[in-house]
Unconditional design. Structure first.
Length: 223
């Protein structure tokens, strides 16, 4: 198998982790790949700046990004941590308005970047993906509503638990223990609008009371 073909197969496997393409036939993947280009950025690169025009959607192939806003005093607020299988930049593609947040590479990053015109044409030709895309946007709206409610109504421990549940990707065992890839204390603080010190104390309390278990690379949450 030649290098180009191997690269194409790898790309299809990685994109199949995205909710738009999961379980779909190969031609859906081949078509979106043909419409984009592979781009790479080093750690700490600014990929998107709030307020700029949006002309592309980004599908993460490898690496992580953080989606952020900045308060009046320059305090960073982390809206989300995205990784392989996620996408970003899609909102401006739909509503034709400026970017609503910043996106920064947390690690080295590789994305399939698809321009606005090409992506909208792709959606118009593939009704199944079109429907999945708007289901995805609806899910984003529901998640935003959940986060707003959590920040407004819960104490620090509750907000941390709320945030960790939202980050969860897997459940393990008969007791349905929720396993979350471990964020840093700084990331958690930025996500719940608190400080690192307050988050550290809250995590210690939650650990002592048996609500969570902190391991090297993950946090186990016992709901």
């Amino acid at each position: 198998m030649d290098e180009k073909k191997e690269g194409s197969i790898r790309m299809e496997e990685l994109l199949s982790k995205n909710p738009l393409f999961s379980g779909l036939e190969d031609f859906y993947l081949k078509d979106i790949i043909s419409r984009g280009e592979i781009r790479s950025w080093p750690e700490a690169s600014q990929i998107i700046i709030e307020g700029e025009s949006g002309d592309a959607v980004f599908f993460i192939i490898s690496g992580k990004v953080k989606v952020t806003l900045y308060g009046e005093e320059g305090r960073e607020i982390v809206l989300a941590i995205l990784k392989e299988g996620d996408m970003f930049g899609e909102m401006s593609i739909i509503d034709d308005k400026p970017r609503s947040a910043n996106v920064e590479a947390v690690t080295g990053l590789e994305c399939l970047v698809v321009g606005k015109t090409a992506f909208l044409d792709y959606l118009s030709r593939h009704h199944k993906v079109y429907m999945r895309f708007f289901a995805y946007l609806t899910g984003r709206l529901r998640e935003a509503t959940r986060k707003i409610g959590g920040l407004a109504l819960l104490d620090v421990c509750g907000r941390i638990a709320h945030t960790l549940i939202g980050m969860a990707k897997t459940a393990t065992g008969e007791e349905k223990v929720i396993a979350i890839e471990r964020p840093t204390h700084e990331q958690l603080a930025a996500m719940i609008g608190s400080s690192r010190e307050v988050v550290s104390r809250a995590l210690k309390k939650m650990t002592q009371e048996g609500y969570i278990k902190i391991e090297k690379d993950r946090i186990l949450l016992y709901p």
